[in-house]
Design a protein around this ligand. Structure first.
Ligand SMILES: Nc1ncnc2c1ncn2[C@@H]1O[C@H](COP(=O)(O)OP(=O)(O)OP(=O)(O)O)[C@@H](O)[C@H]1O
Ligand SMILES: [Mg+2]
Length: 330
C-alpha cells in the first residue's frame, strides 16, 4: 500500500511516499534560510514558501519513489498542531489530491508523528503500552501510549519548549540559527558543570524560561566585565545544554519508574542532539529500559513520519477523515 505523506506545519515543506511502513521517498524543502536573519520562524514567510514549493516537492517525491499519482492508496497530512497559515497549505493540497484521485484522507497529529519516527522502515516493532518523549522547537512532552486511541499527556513544558530555548539563547549569544545544532557542536563535556543552571520541574511538567533568563543575565553580567568571549559562551551553553537535557532525562526516568513501562519512543528536532542520544543509549545499557530513538534523518520535520503513522492508523484502526477535516493550530 502506497501512502503519500504531506507535512507543512512549520517551515519545512515535505512530501513522502511510504510502501506500508517503509520509506521510499522523503523530500523536504526548508525555508529556514529565509528566517535566519530574524532568528526565528516568521509565519507569513513560511506560508508563502509552502505555496511556492509544495507542488514541486510532491512531484519530486513521486519521481523519487518511481510511482505515478494513480498508485497512491492513501493521503496522510499533518493537520495539527502548527502555524495555521502553514497547515492550511498542506491540508488543502491533501484534500485536492484526495478529491481528484478519490483516495482516503487522514489528518495526522504532528507530535504523534514525531514519536512514530522510530517505527519507520520497520526499525522497531510497535508494542503497547509505551511512553513517548517529544522534544522539539515548539513542544517538550511526555506521553503514555496505551494505543494510538489512548494517548495521555503525562507532562509538558509550562512555558518555552526546549528547542525554542536552544534557539533563543543562540540568538542572544550571536551564535547563529537554528541554535540547537550550533550549541550541540559547541558543547564541551569539560564545561557541563561550569555553571550550575537549573530548569523548573513540577511532577512531570517542565519549565525552561527560568534557565533562559539566567543565561540572558549571565550575558549582561559578563559583557559588563568584558568576559563575554567565545570561550565563555561555550562554557555557558555547555552548562545550559547539560542542565536542560539532564532534566528531561530525569523526568522521563521518573515516568518510566512510576508507570513501570520500560519502552520509550523518542522523536522531535532536539533528538538529533549527540549528547542526548548518547546518554539515552548509555542508560539503556545500564537498565532494562529500551529507548526507541528516531533516526537522525527523521528527527526534524518530515513527511515520512506522517505517511508512516497514516498508514498505521488506517490499517490498524481504520481511521479516515472527510473533506471537512480542518487544520488546528493547537
Ligand atoms: N542537534 C540538536 N541539538 C539540539 N536541538 C536541536 C538539534 N537539531 C535541531 N534542534 C532543535 O530542534 C528544533 C526543531 O525541531 P522540530 O522541527 O521538530 O520543531 P518544530 O517542528 O518547529 O516544532 P514542533 O514539532 O513542536 O511543532 C529547533 O528548535 C532546533 O534548534
Ligand atoms: Mg516538529
Amino acid at each position: 500500500m502506497y501512502t503519500l505523506g504531506i507535512e507543512t506545519s512549520c517551515d519545512e515543506t515535505s512530501c513522502a511516499v511510504t510502501k506500508n511502513c517503509e520509506v521510499i521517498s522523503n523530500i523536504t524543502i526548508s525555508s529556514l534560510k529565509e528566517h535566519k536573519k530574524y532568528g526565528g520562524v516568521i509565519p507569513e514567510i513560511a506560508t508563502r514558501a509552502h505555496l511556492k514549493n509544495i507542488n514541486r516537492v510532491f512531484e519530486l517525491a513521486l519521481k523519487t519513489a518511481n510511482i505515478t499519482k494513480k498508485k497512491i492508496d492513501l493521503i496522510a497530512v499533518t493537520n495539527r498542531p502548527g502555524l495555521i497559515g502553514s497547515l492550511v497549505v498542506g491540508v488543502n493540497f491533501a484534500k485536492a489530491i484526495s478529491l481528484a484521485l478519490k483516495k482516503p484522507l487522514i489528518g495526522i497529529n504532528h507530535l504523534h508523528a514525531h514519536f512514530f519516527a522510530p517505527y519507520l522502515d520497520y526499525n522497531n516493532k510497535i508494542k503497547f503500552p509505551f511512553l513517548s518523549l517529544v522534544v522539539s522547537g515548539g513542544h517538550t512532552e511526555i506521553y503514555q501510549v496505551k494505543s494510538f486511541n489512548e494517548i495521555k499527556t503525562l507532562g509538558r513544558t509550562r512555558d518555552d519548549a526546549c528547542g525554542e530555548v536552544f534557539d533563543k539563547i543562540a540568538k542572544a549569544y550571536h551564535l547563529g540559527y537554528p541554535g540547537g545544532p550550533v550549541i550541540d557542536k559547541l558543547f564541551n563535556d569539560a564545561y557541563k558543570k561550569e555553571f550550575l543552571f537549573k530548569c523548573g520541574k513540577i511532577g512531570f511538567d517542565l519549565s525552561f524560561s527560568g534557565i533562559k533568563t539566567a543565561l540572558m543575565y549571565k550575558k549582561i553580567q559578563m559583557e559588563k566585565n568584558g568576559e563575554f568571549n567565545l570561550k565563555m559562551k561555550i562554557k555557558l551553553v555547555s552548562s545550559f545544554q547539560y542542565s536542560a537535557l539532564e532534566t528531561i532525562i530525569k523526568t522521563t526516568l521518573e515516568a518510566v519508574n512510576k508507570f513501570k513501562i520500560y519502552r520509550v519512543a523518542c522523536g522531535g528536532g532536539v533528538l538529533a542532539n549527540q549528547y542526548l542520544r548518547e546518554r539515552l543509549l548509555e542508560i539503556e545499557k545500564q537498565t532494562k529500559i529500551s529507548f526507541l530513538i528516531s533516526p537522525k534523518k527523521y528527527t526534524g520535520d518530515n513527511a515520512a513520519m506522517v505517511a508512516g503513522l497514516g498508514f498505521y492508523l488506517y490499517n490498524s484502526l481504520g481511521v479516515t477523515h472527510n473533506l471537512r477535516m480542518k487544520p488546528e493550530a493547537n
